[in-house]
Design a protein around this ligand. Sequence first.
Ligand code: 13P
Length: 242
Amino acid sequence: MKKLMVGNWKMNKNGKECAEYLDAFLEKYSGHREAWIAPQALYVKLVINSELKAGIQNCSEHTDGAYTGEVSPRTFREMGGHFVILGHSERRQHFSETSRGLNAKIRTALQEGLTVIYCVGETLEQREQGLTLSLIGDQLHQGLNDQTKATLENLIIAYEPVWAIGTGKTASPAQAQEVHSFIRSILTAKFPSFGQKTRILYGGSVKPDNVEELLAQKDIDGGLVGGASLKAKDFLALCGDM
Ligand code: 13P
């Protein structure tokens, strides 16, 4: 399977910037690695209309109804959307999302046919206290318990150590591989037919100068990238195109 690079643009780029970026990126993109983009939801149609797979950065656990301000995974799928990022640490931190609460969002999004990128990761304090693996185990179990087996082939896990997001500090390839291999072991025990082939992405200060050594690790299937996905040139480099 090709390596997968996902750009999480967070709350950045207006429509004009989004369109200019897509033009510049598509001019040089070879498809050597898969490239997916989650822009601000308001501009997601621009990505849907390009040849890249488009995502949103959150969605409702409901498909429709009286939920003012929410984004429906069903509507997003119907308009040609492909994936949703759920459980990002910024949403856990600023919007009080919990793994147990995310379980319902993951279920609905998968049942509606979206690919879910479920994010897990520890804070620096938790790492220093030796809690990394137990915490990630809990995040996986709580988020993934009782999911419909038939939908799990559309599940992707992203390991994003909170201390590495937007800080310029990247987990070393060995640190990342240790956690990815642990995630793989949990997935394999939980879902014997899917665990081995589930994609596990690394996120946290992925840049052109560290991407190759990260991707060389056995259980790192790609990257979930914030800052370095905002410049077409850098994202092309991450996709192996420059
Ligand atoms: P940075 O690549 O800016 O560290 O952000 C990572 C991230 O949060 C991707 O979801």
